[in-house]
Design a protein around this ligand. Structure first.
Ligand code: IVH
Length: 361
């Protein structure tokens, strides 16, 4: 076996393991940025060496297998993923590709919104009543979480007004706001229970409770970001119009939604939101840019797991993995001893970190 093939197999095994820990056990062991790094390393290798491609590769699917605790629900339209970009250059190349495909000299209007760091959920309304809710699962089949979703107060059980399609699948993100997350972990710590590593993990765990009364206490919120399947009714012909319509139906959408007409506007929005990020009530991990006009979206189409008409521009990672080289014990003037970690320098949150105080053992 060549060393490239070995690397590919090792990366696949690692990613499978992390996927399992994340989606099935609800217990991630590495930061998302580290997962992304491994994922893109594998993706790049597979693109360079198509002879080692495999339909079983983690790059070839959207999420992980749904767990068996909840009944499976097959999505009427697959729930896909988004490609990521991490720099202005990559973002410009994305816009460039769109213009080339559309043979257009200018950028099409882009609908722009925060990438909420929560759990993707699909809500199915029949004649305006919430009939079931599902997780994304592997993109084709999700888990039935209707009972838990019904406890989330920002999700209407009945749509407002009339004129909505008789069958309407709304998609969006369930997030746990920071305040609720802090409270939940403080409570867990007090009771000697396991704490959640981040709000998204806590949101995911809360949605997969067997007892909806537990979910109800977790302070979850929902924001709609698109429509999946719909029938027996009409909707506007652009993403921004659909979101406005969802708001009229009583569904919450992100207040940060904007339409950008130029590359410069797109970049300004990125800067604005990056500044706002700290102050928001919930986690966002980037910005999603979508071609607004559905006719153009259709013309652009999809590649394997992601649309060509949308991209996630990720913020720089806030977490990273590095090696702990040593621990020094500093003695302060009062005699207090502080252990200090000496780290292999690592770039995170826009700075290089090589030391960290460890406030206790
Ligand atoms: S649109 C085909 N919009 O990001 C387009 N997704 O990486 C699919 N997400 O599964 C999604 N905020 O859970 C979209 N404003 C937003 C989003 C968003 C968060 C999540 C969503 C999706 C994942 C894709």
């Amino acid at each position: 076996m060549s060393s490239t093939e070995q690397t590919i197999l090792a990366l696949r095994a690692q990613l499978d393991e992390h996927n399992h820990r994340y989606y099935v056990m609800n217990e991630p062991s590495i930061p998302d940025a580290e997962y992304d790094r491994l994922f893109y390393e594998l993706k790049a290798l597979e693109e360079k060496h198509p002879e080692f491609a495999s339909p079983d590769s983690p790059t070839q699917r959207v999420g992980a297998q749904p767990s068996s605790a909840f009944a499976p629900i097959r999505h009427k339209v697959p729930m896909l993923s988004l490609d990521n970009v991490f720099s202005d250059e990559e973002f410009e190349a994305f816009i460039q590709r769109i213009q080339e495909r559309l043979q257009s000299a200018s950028m099409p209007a882009m609908a722009v919104e925060p990438k909420l760091d929560g759990v993707a959920v699909s809500l199915f309304y029949e004649n305006g009543r919430l009939s079931y809710a599902a997780t994304r699962g592997d993109g084709e089949t999700g888990e039935d979480i209707t009972h838990n979703v019904r406890t989330i107060k920002s999700i209407p059980l009945k749509l407002q007004g009339n004129g909505f399609p008789a069958e309407l699948e709304v998609r969006g993100e369930v997030v746990m706001p920071h305040a609720a997350f802090k409270e939940l972990n403080a409570e867990a710590e007090k009771n000697g229970l396991k704490v959640f590593v981040n709000p998204r993990n806590a949101a995911s765990g809360s949605l997969r409770q067997l007892d909806p009364a537990v979910t109800a206490k977790r302070g979850l919120r929902f924001y709609a970001y698109s429509v999946g399947f719909y029938a027996k009714g009409k909707l506007p012909s652009a993403h921004s119009g659909v979101l406005a319509r969802l708001r009229e139906y009583g569904l919450p959408t992100s207040p940060e939604l904007r339409c950008c007409k130029t590359l410069q506007e797109c970049q300004e929005y990125y800067g604005e939101l990056a500044d706002k990020r700290e102050g928001l009530a919930y986690d966002i991990d980037g910005i999603v840019y979508k071609v607004d006009d559905f006719a153009l979206q259709q013309e652009l189409g999809f590649v394997s797991r992601a649309p060509r008409w949308a991209v996630a521009f990720k913020f720089p990672a806030q977490e990273a993995v590095t090696r702990l080289n040593d621990v020094d014990f500093q003695v302060g003037r009062t005699g207090a001893v502080t252990p200090v970690a000496r780290l292999e320098p690592v770039f995170v949150g826009g700075v290089t970190v090589s030391n960290a105080t460890l406030h206790n053992m």
